[in-house]
Design a protein around this ligand. Structure first.
Ligand code: PNS
Length: 167
């Protein structure tokens, strides 16, 4: 029997939400270690820098045992090969997520046949939640407290509330 010691939870985390935290917590029931792999894709415009996203993830997971926050650029399968970890964890909120995730999982497996993707279903409370929705609410100065951890609320306010006042 093969015991998987670590699984990779990849994503943009721009910014991390309670939904991400829910998936990390669930993944820790299954694997002793979760390597959160933050994408450093220069072609994608992120609201938060790589450093900010890593910092927020470290803060929100500091009480969880077995979490490591890292980053990668290039193909995820190459990163998986580099760290010798071949299980990917992805969260599913609704059926609408499935089609894209299914495609990506198959592509990743095609690129490296050792890769296995595990889908975890998010808590019902977070089925509507995404980083984009949270940013949209923050831009309009809506209440984001229910959607993201406190340190992320602070960061979103700094980014969107204050910059709006200056403009
Ligand atoms: O949080 P996201 O934006 O849904 O995460 C997507 C992510 C980062 C997991 C995905 O875009 C990714 O793996 N990017 C790295 C590039 C890659 O390996 N692409 C091949 C799959 S199409």
């Amino acid at each position: 029997m093969n015991i998987v010691s670590a699984a990779i939870y990849p994503g943009s985390f721009d910014p991390p939400t309670n939904g991400h935290l829910d998936i990390i917590t669930r993944a820790l029931y299954l694997f002793p270690e979760i390597v959160i792999a933050v994408t450093d894709n220069i072609n994608k415009k992120h609201a938060f820098s790589l450093h900010e996203r890593i910092d927020l993830l470290q803060k929100i997971t500091k009480k969880l045992k077995g979490v490591k926050v890292t980053s990668f650029s290039g193909l995820l399968v190459d990163y998986a090969e580099r760290i010798n970890s071949f299980v990917l964890v992805r969260g599913l909120r609704a059926l609408s997520d499935f089609e894209y995730e299914f495609q990506v999982a198959l592509v990743n497996r095609k690129l490296n046949k050792k890769i296995e993707t595990i889908f975890l279903i998010t808590d019902q409370r977070y089925t509507f939640l995404s980083s984009s929705i949270v940013k949209e609410i923050a831009m309009h100065r809506g209440d984001i407290k229910k959607f993201v951890p406190q340190c992320v609320v602070k960061k979103l306010k700094e980014k969107y509330y204050i910059s709006k006042i200056i403009k």
